[in-house]
Design a protein around this ligand. Structure first.
Ligand code: SF4
Length: 369
């Protein structure tokens, strides 16, 4: 398969691994931001190929994982209204909220909860069912926000007054800055998420790289992409350079996708945002522009009463999302927390770090325990 197989080629992998080994003179700690990168690293064992002392921390770039439990609780509370259909992506249905309930359980109890593959599907459901309120639970990074913006614009064009959005979109660059601002931060370089940059471009990264003196390599998701990014970061660290380098040129333009950015800016404004496990991040999310507030589900439904955390103390997903702990450090990993019985979002999501370790390293972790 073009643009896939050649980026997994064993000989080329070995060439990059050797180049990294030759360049390293001391320990370095890097974080890959995106859950897709984490899955690739764990699946192909890329971290095990690196020289001793080079550590990869797994970052918070799993959109399902960082959606606050309170938002899921709010969606469940809205779904209790028999006149409402809640729509969202499949992974979101199994994630427990702060009250340890999921949308899947709400559906089993009779709520109308529907999986969609795009927010435009939710608009189509609203157009066909004008006697019902249709609420789309909108989560994700810069990659999914343009489709949500388009769906809202389409609903407005169709004159739908039975469609609204429970909004929880997040922005990656402010989260990276917040991690670096922590006095205990161990991150010395970032592998930035290539798919986010296809939309958002690179504009926010140079200021972060300079302020915190961290190289940032924008990478894709195949083994060679990631190894090239690691080499690029280590090369800079070894020579005390702190620049932004686009290692994913086959997909990322420095300016991103201006048309997608324009749709997002038309419908949303940048706002502070709660991230699960990271707290409130300044400018870490989006809110409605005044012209589109009619589509804000939180204005139609009394959602605030659902807020209030009863999160189980067994789940250390906040520390996992900040790169402070690995999934196998969690006492519940593979025991009380499995993909069939997840205690936290990182075990549910296809991009979650705990799910990656369970899928690819469960037997090794169990043997060590
Ligand atoms: S293994 Fe389960 S309980 Fe532990 S951090 Fe991951 S999701 Fe939470």
């Amino acid at each position: 398969m073009r643009y896939v197989e050649e980026f997994r080629e064993a000989e080329a992998v070995q060439t990059w691994v050797s180049a990294i080994a030759q360049r390293v003179t001391r320990p370095w700690t890097l974080m890959e931001v995106c859950g897709g990168q984490t899955h690739s690293i764990v699946r192909y064992g890329l971290d095990t190929l690196l020289p001793e002392g080079v550590t990869l921390l797994h970052g918070p770039g799993c959109p399902v994982c960082v959606t606050p439990g309170a938002v899921i609780d709010q969606a469940i509370a809205i779904a209790a209204d028999p006149q409402v259909t809640i729509c969202s992506f499949g992974d979101m249905l199994r994630v427990p909220g702060d009250h340890q309930q999921s949308l899947q359980q709400a559906r089993a109890a009779g709520a109308q909860v529907q999986i969609v593959y795009s927010p435009l599907d939710a608009v189509a459901i609203a157009a066909k069912n004008r006697d019902r309120q249709v609420v789309f639970l909108a989560v994700g990074f810069e990659t999914t926000a343009p489709a949500t913006a388009l769906a809202i614009a389409q609903a407005q064009q169709l004159g739908l007054n039975n469609f609204s959005i429970l909004l929880s979109h997040v922005r990656v660059a402010p989260a990276m800055a917040q991690l670096l601002a922590d006095p205990d931060c161990r991150i010395q370089a970032f592998l930035a998420a290539g798919h986010v940059c296809t939309v958002a471009g690179l504009a926010e990264y140079p200021a972060i790289a300079q302020r915190y003196r961290v190289p940032i390599a924008v990478t894709g998701f195949e083994p060679l992409d990631i190894l090239q990014g690691i080499y690029t970061c280590i090369d800079q660290l070894e020579s005390e350079r702190f620049e932004v380098v686009n290692c994913y040129g086959r997909a990322v333009q420095p300016g991103g996708n201006p048309a997608a950015q324009q749709w997002v800016e038309r419908v949303f404004a940048i706002a502070d945002q709660d991230w699960r496990g990271l707290g409130t991040i300044p400018e870490g999310g989006l809110q409605f522009q005044p012209d589109f507030e009619a589509f804000d589900a939180s204005r139609h439904f009394a959602v605030n009463e659902a807020i209030g955390s009863t999160t189980t103390s067994d789940c250390i997903s906040g520390l996992v999302l900040q790169g402070q702990k690995q999934p196998c450090d969690c006492p519940a990993f593979g025991r009380t927390c499995t993909p069939e019985t997840p205690l936290g979002a990182p075990m549910v999501s296809s991009e979650g770090a705990c799910a990656a370790y369970y899928r690819y390293r469960h037997s090794q972790v169990t043997m060590r325990a």
